[in-house]
Design a protein around this ligand. Structure first.
Ligand SMILES: Nc1ncnc2c1ncn2[C@@H]1O[C@H](COP(=O)(O)OP(=O)(O)OP(=O)(O)O)[C@@H](O)[C@H]1O
Ligand SMILES: [Mg+2]
Length: 363
């Protein structure tokens, strides 16, 4: 993957997530709907935002609506709007989310929860670009791109006649599946580093990394809540931490499904695993200082750079310290509500490249 293709906002270097980044880049410039699937917390909403941000509609609105969270009787009016007097309580005309997303992107979350009558209306919008507000006579033409997401299996919903097959095919021409974190190799460690950096900065704590046992625990855990769980555990650990290092206890992962020694790694896989682990540890210990890491790991700087590139870890080296021509930082991470302090939400943004350093703004 070329550097320019790396997706803003999203962390990961595993082949599984790189394939997703690739897809995001490919689908972003089209106007077609996109269907995002994946377990809870795998990054479907973040992916929808990344697609929007890379599309021609990026200056238009990104409007999310969660079809599963809105009572059925309100959803039609939320989505398509209503005219004054359309129903009791409709005291004035109201635009729906679809209209609000005109010129931008509508993110239809939990699309599997749409009632059949609304599925028909959505299908018609996707086919013809038109819809009506509830109670309206006139037809509206709306220019919104639809990105839909679901963590239920739409195919089985189709089998049970709960989801229209024609809508599924219309929505799912471009389909991106977000892999669970347990299938993303060392990405959990990478993300743990990035989230730690952000959380430590937000909490004003001088935490420099993870203990060896904490790294073992991070690697052994199966992450049923995926990236959201990882991010929450790291933020909690930063609050709990009393030292310079996050411990296994801080992560509250003590004694959890530590890897059973029932299957043998290939020598090569074991080698890669140990190398990544050591590199992540050294990076967090030395704040990305290349000379110190090379000295500690007893390798030359050039071998170190080669290894960091091999494992997608070069972004943890401060830009100035990299040899010319290695890696531009094209990947930045925007962090939304990182911490609530005195009731206020602190908005911090951090660049991924430099562990434990203040953030730069996303353009
Ligand atoms: N690749 C990633 N890099 C960094 N942060 C990520 C990544 N993927 C997800 N996250 C973060 O993890 C959290 C969950 O992501 P998101 O809300 O997009 O998941 P989701 O698939 O929509 O979950 P749900 O199905 O529960 O709605 C968010 O805080 C998001 O910023
Ligand atoms: Mg979501």
């Amino acid at each position: 993957m070329r550097e320019e293709e790396v997706v803003d906002d999203m962390v990961g270097a595993s082949p599984a997530i790189c394939a997703v980044f690739d897809m995001i880049n490919k689908v972003a410039m089209t106007e077609m709907p996109v269907l995002l699937t994946g377990e809870t917390g795998t990054g479907k909403e973040l992916t929808a935002q990344a697609i929007h941000a890379r599309s021609r509609r990026k200056h238009g609105p990104f409007v999310p609506i969660n079809c599963g969270a809105i009572p059925e009787n309100l959803l039609e009016s939320e989505l398509f709007g209503h005219e004054r007097g359309a129903f009791t309580g409709a005291v004035q005309q109201k635009k729906g989310k679809l209209e609000a997303a005109d010129g931008g992107t509508l993110f239809l979350d939990e699309v599997g929860d749409l009632l059949p009558s609304l599925q028909v209306k959505l299908l018609r919008f996707l086919q013809e670009g038109t819809c009506e507000r509830v109670g309206a006579q006139e037809t509206l033409r709306v220019d919104s791109r639809v990105i839909a997401a679901t963590n239920v299996d739409l195919k089985s919903a189709i089998d049970q006649n709960r989801f229209r097959e024609d809508l599924y095919y219309r929505l799912g021409v471009l389909h991106i599946h977000l892999p669970p974190l347990r299938d993303r190799g060392e990405d959990a460690l990478l993300m743990a580093m990035v989230f730690l950096k952000q959380a430590a900065v937000a909490a004003h704590k001088p935490i420099r990394g993870y203990s060896a046992q904490a790294i073992d625990a991070l690697r052994a855990h199966s992450w049923p809540g995926n990236v959201r769980e990882l991010s929450n555990r790291v933020r909690r650990a930063v609050v709990m931490s009393e030292g310079e290092e996050i411990t296994r206890q801080d992560l509250d992962l003590a004694g959890e499904d530590l890897q059973a020694a029932d299957s043998l790694d290939s020598l090569r896989a074991a080698h890669q695993r140990i190398e990544t682990e050591l590199l992540v540890q050294a990076l967090s210990l030395h704040h990305g200082n290349v000379s110190r890491i090379a000295r500690d790991l007893k390798v030359s700087r050039s071998t170190l750079y080669r290894k960091l590139r091999q494992y997608g870890l070069e972004k943890f080296i401060p830009t100035g310290a990299r040899p010319a021509g290695t890696a531009k930082i094209t990947r930045k991470r925007a962090v939304g509500a990182l911490a609530h302090e005195n009731g206020a939400v602190m908005h911090e943004e951090a660049s991924v490249g430099v562990p434990m350093e203040p953030a730069s703004r996303l353009p």
